[in-house]
Ligand binder design. Structure first.
Ligand SMILES: *Cc1c(COP(=O)(O)O)cnc(C)c1O
Length: 405
């Protein structure tokens, strides 16, 4: 039985010899300490499980970290992107420009509003949405541009801001990957009209699930608060009728329930305290990887966006196919055989059957498609030791040496 339970003994190392690691290393893992746990327990013993003080505390902290005036805590980033689009006035017939190298939610938010996502290609070296292609994809139907801070790095945000200003478009930054990232000396979050965050379990800061939108615009903020919960308000200044009494509230528009619990908000607050520590670890691991892989012609190292000081959420190992005898899929499997359990971020959104049925064809974004064929997400999380990172490097070297063209 013991042999069967030990998977590492069952899977042969594809490059021969024993696997670099005896224990599996996964691409991501949350870091929860006793203080995080106590924060959740404290809420459970308190009076408010939702719409309580931990929500306000989380919103205040996000404002402090980013310098934004307003924050709205939400159940997840998918909700954040949806209501940011609603607040931007996205509706039937509009177009929303985003990148295909992202989680599906960055484009789905346009579909929820009856609008059409339009995909702009990525820069072949930074992998970020390419401002020049964004400009090319603008039509008289375009309403919103959603750059995604892919891997935790930003796009050329100044260029995208200028394009949005020149064309009267709303800019929504999907910052699901980029808490802890600085652009031109400031924490990200105040360049776009609205910036959205994810606190899903694999992200740098987690509440299990969770999200937020931040903005400097009071009008947008008021709309976001309405859309967070059913379009209902208790704010008398927004009401259309005289209140019937102290119990009175009004529904002003149609929305749904996108509230976060106070347990999650307390966990997110506690995790935000640890952001400097998380950021430092992620930067140190990234440096170990970059230093090792930049010496290997078989691997292309993601280039930095000018002016960006990222806290990386993902590390993309990009193979140079001409220099290897194996494909990305085989490389991925060879890493698995070394007990380095990877992932791929992302399948271009318009490859999905749902998008194909909406009429999207392959070939729209050649740089994104080529990137997809060559990339593997290798482990990067704050709980990793330097030795863990060195194991990944050793495994990559072993595979490259074995399959060099
Ligand atoms: C994780 C993620 C989302 C969705 O976030 P949820 O909080 O899971 O809804 C959206 N966009 C990007 C880029 C993501 O990585």
């Amino acid at each position: 039985m013991s042999n069967l339970n030990n998977e590492s003994e069952r899977i042969p190392a594809i490059c021969g010899g024993s696997p670099v690691r005896s224990k599996k290393l996964y691409y991501s893992h949350q870091s929860i300490n006793d203080k995080d746990i106590q924060a959740v327990v404290d809420v459970l013993k308190s009076d408010y499980l939702t719409t309580g003080p931990s929500i306000t505390e989380m919103e205040n902290r996000l404002c402090r970290i980013t310098g934004a005036k307003y924050a709205v805590a939400l159940s997840n980033d998918t909700a954040a992107l949806h209501i940011a689009c609603l607040a931007a006035g996205v509706s039937e017939g509009d177009e929303v420009i985003t990148t295909p190298i992202t989680f599906a939610a960055s484009a789905n938010c346009a579909l929820y509003c009856g609008a059409r996502p339009v995909f702009a290609d990525v820069d072949p070296e930074t992998y970020q949405i390419d401002a020049k292609d964004v400009e090319k994809k603008i039509t008289d139907k375009t309403k919103v541009v959603i750059p995604v801070d892919y891997t935790g790095q930003t796009a050329d945000l100044d260029a995208i801001r200028k394009i949005c200003d020149d064309h009267g478009l709303v800019m929504i930054e999907d910052a699901a990957h980029s808490i802890g990232t600085y652009y031109k000396g400031k924490h990200i979050g105040t360049i776009a009209d609205m910036t959205t965050f994810s606190f899903h379990a694999v992200k740098t800061i987690t509440g299990g699930e969770g999200g937020a939108v931040i903005t400097n615009d009071e009008e947008l903020y008021k709309k976001l608060v309405l859309y967070r919960a059913h379009g209902i308000t208790r704010d008398t200044s927004l009401m259309e009728h005289e209140p019937d009494g102290p119990w009175y509230y009004e529904q002003l528009c149609l929305s749904t329930n996108y509230r976060l619990t106070d347990m999650q908000a307390a966990l997110i607050c506690s995790q935000l305290d640890r952001l400097p520590e998380f950021s430092e670890r992620r930067k140190a691991i990234r440096k170990l990887y970059d230093d090792a892989f930049s010496k290997m012609p078989e691997i292309f190292v993601q280039k930095e966006t000018e002016g960006c000081d990222p806290t990386r959420h993902l590390y993309i190992l990009r193979i140079v196919p001409e220099k290897l005898k194996i494909s990305r899929k085989e490389f991925f499997e060879a890493l698995g055989a070394e007990n380095i359990i990877c992932n791929v971020h992302y399948i271009p959104t318009y490859y999905f059957p749902y998008y194909e049925k909406l009429g999207y064809k392959r070939g729209i974004c050649p740089n994104a498609e080529k990137l997809y064929d060559e990339m593997i997400t290798i482990p990067l999380y704050s709980g990793m030791t330097d030795d863990d990172a060195r194991d990944v490097i050793t495994a990559v070297k072993k595979i490259v040496d074995y399959y060099r063209a």
